[in-house]
Design a protein around this ligand. Structure first.
Ligand SMILES: Nc1ncnc2c1ncn2[C@@H]1O[C@H](COP(=O)(O)OP(=O)(O)OP(=O)(O)O)[C@@H](O)[C@H]1O
Length: 250
């Protein structure tokens, strides 16, 4: 296990925004965190990286765990002349070989000499990914990294994440709203609404009543469509009763 939280509660602004959350990420797993706005997804990531203190519960990290963090967005002053390559030198200079490897793994090599201010949204996210990879992460954490990208742009980005996972063998924990794309790339989905509503494989979670209550059946339909198009096993023998429910939804 890379990281494990047990019974994690966090208070923000006098209110409990996370209650008794259990979550863990193992090497090579891609765990996707989904949930409505304000359900505590960002707060959970911040608690896991140690940026907000828990009010109850325990977080255990593998000793010396190296975490690479890709934020939701990052503001770069558009008047500041700064190339992608120079951006990777902030806050610490990195060797040419290290920078090149990180850019290559992120699919960002072709725009290394460009100005940060002129990148597209998808290129910018790849640069943030490259920066996170400089950490040689054992755990990669991404907070809605594809916000603002179109569907094919975010699908490309998630394929890059899978390639990084395959190459580095790191675990991945990410937040996303783009359910059908993300779920096709996830080994496990955790549905959060202040507490863990349900979790499991994409198929089991979308079939869980707690999920339906939060998202309706539309996203399950989109997932089914995606799977249908991309997976030629049309055998409908899956048993959908394996999602475990923690507490009651809502
Ligand atoms: N520093 C803070 N002070 C007070 N309240 C906060 C703070 N950070 C978060 N909250 C509150 O905690 C709740 C959870 O916020 P959080 O950003 O974790 O949700 P989220 O699931 O990431 O939402 P979104 O999908 O909109 O990004 C929200 O009600 C938010 O207003």
């Amino acid at each position: 296990m890379l990281i494990e939280a047990r019974g994690l509660s966090v208070r923000q602004g006098g209110r409990e925004v996370l209650s008794h959350v259990d979550i863990q990420v193992a090497p090579r797993e891609i765990v996707t965190l989904v949930g409505p706005n304000g359900s505590g997804k960002t707060t959970l990531l911040r608690a896991l990286i140690g940026a907000v203190p828990p009010s109850a519960g325990k977080i255990e990290r593998k000793p010396g765990l190296r975490i690479g963090y890709v934020p939701q967005k990052l503001h770069v002053d558009s008047t500041l002349p700064l190339t992608v390559r120079r951006f990777l030198d902030l806050p610490h200079r990195v060797s040419r070989a290290e920078a090149e490897r990180a850019l290559e793994r992120s699919g960002a090599s072709s725009f290394a000499k460009q100005q940060m201010a002129r990148l597209s949204g998808g290129q910018f996210q790849r640069v943030l990914l490259a920066r996170a990879l400089l950490m040689k992460p054992e755990l990669l954490i991404l907070d809605e990294a594809t916000q603002g990208l179109d569907q094919s742009g975010s699908a490309d980005f998630y394929r890059q994440i899978e390639a990084v996972r395959d190459e580095l063998g790191c675990g991945v924990l990410m937040v996303s709203h783009e359910l059908h794309v993300v779920m096709s790339a996830s080994t496990r989905v955790v549905c959060l609404n202040g507490h863990v509503c349900c979790e499991g494989t994409p198929e089991t979670v979308t079939a869980a009543p707690a999920w339906r209550e939060l998202f309706g059946t539309g996203t399950g339909g989109a997932l089914a469509l995606y799977r249908h198009e991309h997976d030629h096993d049309h055998d409908h023998t899956h048993d959908h009763d394996h999602a475990h429910h923690h507490g009651t939804p809502g």
